[in-house]
Design a protein. Sequence first.
Length: 251
Amino acid sequence: MSNEAIRVSAHGPHGPQDDGQPGGYEQPAAGQEPERDASKEAAETVLKAFGGVRGMVDMTLPGLVYIVAFNITHKVPVAAWSALALCAVFVVVRLARRETIQHAFSGVFGVAIGAWISMKTGKAEDFYLPGLLWNVGYCLALAVSALVRWPMIGLMLGPITGEMFTWRKQNPGRLAAYTKATWAWVLIMGLKPVILFPLWASGQINLLGWLKVALGIPPLLLAMYVTWRILLTAPPPIKAELDADDEEPQK
């Protein structure tokens, strides 16, 4: 008897008589529930870790506003202040809706540095320099974390899944998956500075600006998708156990 038949016999409402009977209990559909749940959990975990759709929009639109404003006015300060104003709007909207401002605030910080540098130098392309440097540093940090067996994707997703860092010692399959996902991020996100740095160095502001916008969300979505696919085949997370002192509220 196959394993599937055993499961149907064990869980069917009429015992063994349900096996293969039309209109009986369909265990295969129920057996797919854990897979669907795991798929949904993996997708939600990855999306939440990177700010969701709103977080990606918050990170992309200021750069678009900057290049559009610069093409209209040909003035760096006007373009820089336009991008900053949009970031401020994002923060105000999130505060009004009582949402986290983590990703919006990080966007404000990056745009503010780029705006300050570009207004100081008078070079429109310098607005994108902090973002390019951040991308290089981020990829290096990802690579180092994978090499020392503390993959950054695991560090980011562990608290969200509730496993914290149990994957380090108790779940080797999960560690391997996080390491593989981290290397995938290095390869995918590393393409951006390789493409954009030559444009910055040669002062091709329009091509740099439009490509920076075009390479904002798609590589991020691809990296998130690859991470999701890797986690689908990984062992389930081992939830971290709280100490007794943490489980009971202090009196």
